[in-house]
Every structure is written in structure tokens, then in C-alpha cells.
Design a protein around this ligand. Sequence first.
Ligand SMILES: [Zn+2]
Length: 168
Amino acid sequence: MFKEMKVQMSEQPDVLSSKPLRITRIHDMTFRHSYGKIDKFFKGFAQGKLLATKCNDCNKVFVPPRADCPYCMADLTESWVELPKECELHTFSVLHFAGPTFFKDLPFILGLAKWPGVDTYLMARIREVKPEDVKIGMKLVVRFAEPHRRTFTVLDFWYEPAEKLTER
Ligand SMILES: [Zn+2]
């Protein structure tokens, strides 16, 4: 770590002339995430499944999944349903700015998809389509990352236009 700091400082010969004093430091951190009660959702990506939780008392379906029903507080951790791959675009946004990790992908599209009988919307990237060709109400399909690209995060799935897939 000290060695990295020395390199950084040598690359900033004018650091003392900056007002206010500005320095650059490299932060290298490891995060450990626990998905707790909804880890089945993330494990599902590796099985090519998009899973939601369902409250059988309220007949409500939630995706992203909720561990507890917000209406009756029932425990939903053992009440999962698999959603079909086909869904519909509810709304979308074309991003021209994002966090540094995604600079290389800009511009990209984030879409909120909906399923019949599901009470929430699910956000994911929309790929394989130009921003100008995205239309609210278009049919989408869910696609999953190949095993060597899996991150066990929400980046492991995305939407693609359903029509384009049938043309392949
Ligand atoms: Zn409920």
C-alpha cells in the first residue's frame, strides 16, 4: 500500500500548488455481501431462472423478491414462483452517465419490465437494441450470463427484444 502511495505522489508534482490541497489515493477494498433471506433469487440466475416471492394470503407476487409481504407481513422466504422469460417493457431510460465501472458501456438502456400477475416491476439492462428502437410496451425476454461471466449480482441477467431473438 505504501508503495502505491509513493507512485501516486510522484505522479502529482504540483500537489503543493493545488488550492485547496488535492491528492489522489488508491482505495482497494473487498466487500462481502450476504443476500440473506432472498439468496435464492441470485442463485436462480445460475439456473436460468427468474424467481419471485408470492404471498398466498394476499395473492401478491414480488420481483425483486421480498422476504416479507408488505401487506400482511407474512414470511415469504419459502414461497417462490418462477417467472416466464417473456415480459413487457413498462418504461425505460437511456443512460449517458454512470459509475466508473460502466463508463465503457455508455450509453446504455435500463428498463423496467412487467409480467401479468406480478405486482412490481423489475429493472435490468436492455441489450441487443439501439436506444432509438426501444419502445414502451415492446416484448422482451430475459437472458442470463454464461457461467464464466457470472457475478451473482443483478448484472447476471438482462432483457433483449423478443422479436430479435426469434429472427436468429
Ligand atoms: Zn400478504
